[in-house]
Write a protein that binds this ligand. Sequence first.
Ligand SMILES: *Cc1c(COP(=O)(O)O)cnc(C)c1O
Length: 190
Amino acid sequence: FARKIGFNDSSGGIAASGGTLSNLNALIAARHNAGLSSDSNSVILISEDAHSSFIKCTRIMGLDETNLVRIKTDNKGCMDIKNLTEIIDKCSLINKKIIAIVATLGTTVRGAIDPIKDISRICKERNIWLHIDGSIGGVFAITSIPIEGLKNVNQANSITINPQKIIGITKTSSLLLVSDMSTLENTFST
Ligand SMILES: *Cc1c(COP(=O)(O)O)cnc(C)c1O
């Protein structure tokens, strides 16, 4: 699956029982990769329309909702890039460490796809982990259905895919795919 979405040979992934747990594993790997721990000064940038699972993730990570910084959405429900760069600058000004930026590929209510190309460019420039929550739309990235917003998903560090959602698999099932499998190994191996 990781190869199918365009990741290279270092990629891989793990199965989880749902999208919440895939997102959680991704954020913990991102945090480890950034050399951060449950530092209350660290933040995760998500859009206003991102899924409520991220609130649960922060609780499990020893953080809380104040560690989730919400980026404005435009009138279609997509993350506003101008607001994203403003918030990133503000974070560096007040010395907040960014664990990850989360782009949603198919928001739960409106089905909006955040502008992944722009977000991935910003992440690369500033060396920030990009997680894509593709719990709704990510599964299309392994098909040949041409959807404009799906291009560039392989620029992410990690992506959640949830077969149980839009293709109607009745058992909760999820995959976390990562561009570099060693990031998961470094985070979780004992
Ligand atoms: C449903 C959903 C999740 C959480 O997935 P679960 O399998 O219910 O844990 C995360 N993100 C989005 C966008 C979702 O729609």
